[in-house]
Design a protein around this ligand. Structure first.
Ligand code: HEC
Ligand code: HEC
Ligand code: HEC
Ligand code: HEC
Ligand code: HEC
Ligand code: HEC
Ligand code: HEC
Ligand code: HEC
Ligand code: HEC
Length: 278
């Protein structure tokens, strides 16, 4: 039984990637199950959920299941060709249409109707501004477009983001001999919170559309090696309470470079309405 399974695993992986040796040997050498796994016999496993981080799947290359045949921004669920590669390793489950494994992908097991591809659950997304902004033909506008009537600028999000990224990260794309097309290039196991598009400054009347004469670089500096959400600086949404030295509305709205300061004739350009509210 165990031998048969190893042969199957080998066949599946050879067919797809040639990772057989690597995977085969690790499987063969991990005969000693760890403590936790002893408490969780295979019969106790939950087959209704696919786990990327289970030790049986974590070492498999993304491309084994997520092949990018086209440059479509929407990934497809694996299993299109006679349920490979899953069925190769899970012959027992796939011989039984009552197995909970079927509902990982199907809404209706009889007809084969599929669920839609899930959103990010177990993966984060990584992107480095500093690496991209100096590339030929790239400007901030490649990825950021006016949104909410020009007040804000969009941030690539959801599957639509792939459209932006896949302009260069095409199937099988390489850079200096390294693959930059695999899901792994941008997604790694871990938690993630999307960078919000609605920044605090918009609540105090800041509007990108009103600042088109000022270049992006006058307000935003790209910093290398910073974590998500802290890669690009922005002026703080402060005017009257900004400390000298902080980059804020006051940096320009000081009555010299742009209207502001203590000039009571101009308060209403920022404070619209009848009260001192934005
Ligand atoms: C053994 C097959 C297999 C491998 C290998 C695999 N995936 Fe998946 N992946 C799936 C299946 C099946 C789903 C959809 C089922 C689900 O999770 O609900 C999925 C869903 C996803 C999702 C969306 C849901 C989530 O969990 O965040 C992302 C992102 C993803 N895979 C990325 C990756 C990356 C990156 C790799 C390589 C590091 C990878 N996958 C390797 C089978 C695989
Ligand atoms: C290279 C072999 C291999 C492939 C390919 C593979 N699995 Fe697994 N998977 C395993 C092994 C080994 C286990 C441990 C339990 C067992 O032997 O059934 C496992 C366990 C599971 C479990 C139980 C929960 C867990 O992760 O421990 C589920 C559910 C599962 N696999 C679903 C899938 C699905 C769906 C696919 C295809 C998208 C898939 N597997 C592809 C080897 C594989
Ligand atoms: C990893 C995802 C996945 C799992 C798990 C899975 N399927 Fe599928 N299944 C697919 C995909 C993808 C198709 C192809 C759909 C298409 O081409 O439109 C498919 C097709 C089908 C079809 C349509 C007929 C055919 O063969 O083309 C049936 C019926 C089916 N699956 C039954 C099952 C059963 C029964 C199980 C559990 C033993 C199962 N599936 C588990 C992904 C999966
Ligand atoms: C190749 C696409 C791409 C380019 C080019 C790009 N950005 Fe971004 N930007 C993103 C993505 C994706 C995010 C969201 C993820 C994140 O926060 O790192 C983002 C987030 C931001 C944020 C939110 C705060 C932060 O630090 O993340 C600001 C501000 C920003 N970008 C400004 C700029 C400016 C200014 C330029 C031009 C100098 C630029 N971006 C060029 C893709 C891009
Ligand atoms: C070049 C970088 C890149 C590659 C390669 C890539 N992605 Fe993404 N992906 C992104 C970005 C950027 C987002 C948007 C993140 C956000 O919404 O904050 C994203 C979002 C997602 C989402 C969330 C969709 C939603 O509606 O929330 C899933 C799921 C996903 N990707 C799966 C995949 C899978 C599977 C692959 C491999 C076939 C892949 N990605 C390859 C950059 C990439
Ligand atoms: C104008 C083309 C272009 C666009 C658009 C683009 N990239 Fe890239 N990206 C590259 C190139 C070329 C490299 C490799 C060179 C380098 O790392 O400096 C790269 C490298 C990367 C890397 C590091 C890869 C590694 O293995 O080190 C990540 C992560 C990445 N890009 C994510 C993204 C995301 C996310 C998007 C969309 C929001 C995106 N890229 C859009 C061209 C692009
Ligand atoms: C006059 C200064 C100024 C200029 C010019 C400017 N921005 Fe901004 N930007 C801001 C401020 C202020 C915020 C919000 C910061 C906060 O509240 O944390 C912001 C936020 C952003 C964000 C975050 C997403 C959002 O809309 O909330 C992105 C992306 C961005 N700017 C991109 C750009 C790009 C691209 C350009 C050039 C086309 C640009 N900005 C020009 C001041 C400016
Ligand atoms: C890099 C310099 C700079 C920064 C920083 C800056 N602004 Fe401006 N702002 C300008 C310039 C220049 C104008 C157009 C000047 C004019 O029309 O006299 C402008 C115009 C405006 C207007 C349009 C008023 C009208 O009557 O059309 C408002 C409102 C405004 N800024 C608010 C803000 C707020 C709030 C902040 C901080 C979040 C801010 N600005 C940060 C330079 C800046
Ligand atoms: C360049 C835009 C701008 C101009 C011009 C401006 N303000 Fe403000 N104001 C702000 C911003 C941004 C805040 C948000 C709070 C902060 O700065 O600490 C604010 C907050 C306030 C508040 C709320 C209480 C407080 O202090 O936080 C009052 C009152 C106020 N402003 C009065 C005025 C008066 C009076 C004028 C004319 C002399 C004026 N403002 C001109 C941008 C402006």
């Amino acid at each position: 039984m165990k031998k048969l399974k190893l042969v199957l695993i080998g066949a599946v992986v050879v067919a797809s990637m040639g990772y057989a040796l690597q995977y085969g040997t690790t499987t063969a050498s991990t005969v000693e199950p760890d403590r936790q796994e002893q408490n969780q016999q295979p019969e106790g496993l939950d087959y209704s959920k696919f786990l990327h981080n289970s030790r049986n799947h974590a070492r498999l290359p993304c491309l084994l299941c997520h092949r990018r045949e086209s440059n479509s921004p929407r990934p497809l669920l694996p299993g299109r060709s006679q349920h490979t590669p899953c069925a190769g390793c899970h012959a027992q489950q796939f011989s039984n249409s009552d197995s909970p494994i079927c509902i990982i992908c199907h809404t209706d097991v009889k007809s084969g109707a599929l669920k839609s591809f899930p959103r990010l659950k177990s993966f984060s997304m990584k992107f480095e501004h500093a690496r991209h902004v100096n590339m030929e033909g790239v400007s901030c506008a490649t990825c950021h477009r006016p949104s909410r009537g020009g007040v804000a600028l969009s941030i690539p999000a959801g599957f639509n983001a792939h459209e932006t990224c896949y302009r260069c990260h095409t199937p099988r794309a390489q850079s200096q001999g390294r693959d930059i097309s695999s899901c792994r290039t941008c997604h790694q196991l871990g938690g993630y919170r999307r960078t919000p598009e609605f920044a605090p400054a918009f609540r105090v009347g800041f509007n990108h559309a009103r600042h088109q004469k000022v270049t992006c670089n006058e307000c935003h500096q790209v910093r290398a090696g910073m974590p998500q959400r802290r890669q690009v600086t922005s002026p703080a949404p402060l005017n009257h309470h900004a400390r000298p030295g902080t980059e804020s509305c006051m940096s320009c709205h000081d009555g010299k470079r742009a209207f502001g300061g203590d000039d009571f004739t101009v308060c209403k350009r920022c404070h619209t309405g009848t009260r001192w509210q934005f």
